[in-house]
Design a protein around this ligand. Structure first.
Ligand SMILES: [Zn+2]
Length: 482
C-alpha cells in the first residue's frame, strides 16, 4: 500500500500531529534496506545477511535502470545490462565485467538462479555496468546514481511561538512520526542529503535542535522540542514549517466536547468531488454496543500489493477483515464489513458508507510484505480549514474525531506491541481523512519476513484479538463518541 500513503502533490499540505498521543515501538526489528536514487527511479530493496556480509540481488538493483537479463551456466551466473556482460562464478570473490576483473569484498553467491553480491561492493561493480560513477553512502545504505540529491536548509524564526522552516530543493514526502520531545521525518524515496553539519542546535527554549542521520536506506531529520509540534507543508512540498501545536487546535476529546465553539457532533459533510449528492444522513440512533466498521482495503480490479503469484493484498485484507469480525462478535461488539466480497470500491464510496452508518470506530485494513508487525495509521490533516460555516470540507471530515482516532491508535499499537513490533504513524492515507468518526488504518506485515504469515489464521487471530482487546479498553471513550 506504500504508494497510497503519498501526499497529494498538487496541494500545499498541512498536517497536524499530536506528539503525546503516539507511541513509536519496535523499530529495531525492521529489515535492512538499501535505497537507490537515480533520475529514472527511486526504489528500495531488502538485503540478505550471509555470513558476516549483507548481500543484495544485482539484477534487482539494475532492473529499473535499463535492459537486464541473466542466465545460469554450470556454476556461473551471467548478467547482461544493456550491452555490458558480466560473469560471476558462484562462490568466487573475483568476477569479470566487460572484460575487467573485479574483486568483491566477499564471495559472489548464486541462490536459486538469483545472483547476490555483497552490498559494500556495489560502488565497484555498478560503475562498470552503468559506465558512470555512483556515490554509495555505505553506513546509511543509500546509493546515488547520477543523482545529486535534494538539499535543504533550516531556518529558525524565534518569535512567539518559534517556528522552524525547512526549505528543500525538490518536493519531498516524508513519513512523520512523533514521540515525546521529538518529531521525526523519515525520507525513504526522497534523495535527501545533508547540506550542513548533522546536528544543528538552536538557541531556543521551544525548538532546540535538528539532526540529520542516514540509516537503513533512509534519511531522517529529527526535530527536538519541549512541546508537541505541528508540521505544515507548503510551496508544493518544498517547504515544511514546524511550530508548536496550538492547544486550541488540538483539543483532547473531552475538552472538545466542553468547548463552546465545538458542536456536539461533527457537522454534515459536503459531498466528495466524485460523488455528487452523496452526503451523510443524520446520525443513527445511538446503539448500546460499540459498533465497529471494518474495511478490507482494495478489491475488484484494484488488487493492492502483489505478494506472490497467488497472494494479492485485496484477498489478504478480506480474510483479515472476516477474522477481525469474528473476534469482535465473540466479544459482542457490533460490526459491519465495508466490503464482504471481491468488488471495486472507491475511497469516497467507502467513506460515505461509513459516515452514513456512524460506527464508533472505523478500521481500514492493509497488508504489506515490507517491514515486520503492524503500523497503525491515523489521518494527516490540513490545519488550514477554509470552511468556517456549516459544512466541513471533505478532506477535513476527520478533524473533530482526530484526537479520539489517535487515542485509539495508541491503544491498539500498545496492545499489538505486546506480541509483535507495532508503531503508530500519521499519514495522508485515504479515506481516513474523509471519515467523520474515529478512524485508524492497520497495516499488517509478516512477523518474521515470512510472507506465509499474511495468510496465517493464527497470526490473523492474534492480531484481531489484540485489536479487540484495545477496543474493549477504549469502550467508554468510543461509546461516548457514538
Ligand atoms: Zn494497501
Amino acid at each position: 500500500m506504500r504508494r497510497t500513503v503519498r501526499l497529494h502533490p498538487s496541494l500545499a499540505f498541512a498536517l497536524s500531529l499530536l506528539s503525546f498521543a503516539l507511541f513509536v515501538l519496535g523499530d529495531a526489528s525492521e529489515p535492512k534496506l538499501i535505497s537507490v536514487y537515480s533520475p529514472i527511479a527511486n526504489y528500495s530493496l531488502s538485503l540478505a545477511r550471509r555470513g558476516s556480509h549483507d548481500y543484495v540481488g544485482l539484477l534487482e538493483i539494475l532492473e529499473p535502470l535499463g535492459t537486464v537479463s541473466s542466465r545460469v551456466e554450470a556454476q556461473n551466473w551471467r548478467l547482461r545490462f544493456n550491452s555490458i556482460e558480466g560473469m560471476f562464478p558462484n562462490g568466487a570473490a573475483r568476477v569479470r565485467i566487460h572484460g575487467r576483473e573485479i574483486d568483491l569484498s566477499a564471495p559472489f553467491l548464486l541462490e536459486g538462479g538469483r545472483g547476490l553480491v555483497p552490498v559494500d561492493s556495489l560502488g565497484t561493480v555498478l560503475p562498470v555496468f552503468l559506465a558512470f560513477p555512483v556515490v554509495f553512502h555505505a553506513s546509511g545504505l543509500r546509493l546515488f546514481i547520477r543523482e545529486e540529491g535534494t538539499s535543504y536548509t533550516t531556518q529558525l524564526e524565534s518569535g512567539t511561538p518559534a517556528r522552524l522552516i525547512l526549505n528543500f530543493s525538490s518536493p519531498v514526502n516524508p513519513r512523520i512520526a512523533t514521540e515525546p520531545g521529538k518529531l521525526r521525518m523519515t525520507f525513504t524515496r526522497d534523495p535527501i542529503i545533508a547540506s550542513g553539519p548533522p546536528l544543528v542546535s538552536f538557541n531556543n527554549a521551544t525548538i532546540s535542535a535538528a539532526s540529520f542521520v542516514e540509516t537503513n536506506g533512509a534519511a531522517e531529520i529529527t526535530i527536538t522540542s519541549a512541546v508537541p509540534l505541528l508540521a505544515s507543508f507548503g510551496n508544493d512540498g518544498r517547504r515544511i514549517t514546524i511550530a508548536p501545536a496550538p492547544s486550541a487546535t488540538l483539543p483532547a476529546p473531552s475538552a472538545n466536547r466542553n468547548s463552546a465553539a465545538a458542536p456536539q457532533s461533527p457537522p454534515p459533510l459536503s459531498a466528495p468531488p466524485s460523488s455528487p449528492g452523496a452526503t451523510t444522513g443524520s446520525p443513527a440512533a445511538a446503539p448500546n454496543r460499540i459498533f465497529v466498521a471494518i474495511d478490507p482495503s482494495h478489491g475488484g480490479a484494484e488488487t493492492g500489493a502483489t505478494f506472490s503469484p497467488t497472494l494479492v493484498e485485496k484477498d489478504v485484507t478480506l480474510a483479515w477483515a472476516r477474522q477481525l469480525r469474528r473476534e469482535c462478535e465473540a466479544r459482542l461488539l457490533r460490526t459491519m464489513l465495508v466490503r464482504d466480497q471481491d468488488i471495486d470500491l472507491q475511497n469516497d464510496q467507502r467513506a460515505v458508507m461509513v459516515n452514513v452508518a456512524r460506527p464508533a470506530i472505523y478500521i481500514s485494513l492493509h497488508a504489506a510484505s515490507e517491514g515486520k508487525g503492524a503500523h497503525v495509521y491515523t489521518a494527516l490533516l490540513s490545519l488550514s480549514t477554509p470552511e468556517q460555516g456549516l459544512f466541513l470540507a471533505w478532506d477535513h471530515a476527520q478533524v473533530q474525531s482526530l484526537a479520539s482516532s489517535q487515542a485509539a491508535a495508541a491503544a491498539i499499537t500498545a496492545e499489538l506491541g505486546k506480541n509483535i513490533p507495532a508503531r503508530a504513524v500519521v499519514a495522508a492515507l485515504r479515506p481516513l481523512g474523509n471519515i467523520v468518526v474515529p478512524a485508524v488504518a492497520l497495516e499488517v506485515a509478516p512477523r518474521n519476513g515470512d510472507l506465509a504469515d499474511l495468510a496465517d489464521a493464527d497470526y490473523q487471530r492474534q492480531v484481531a484479538s489484540s485489536v479487540v482487546a484495545a477496543l474493549a479498553a477504549l469502550r467508554g471513550k468510543l461509546e461516548a463518541a457514538q
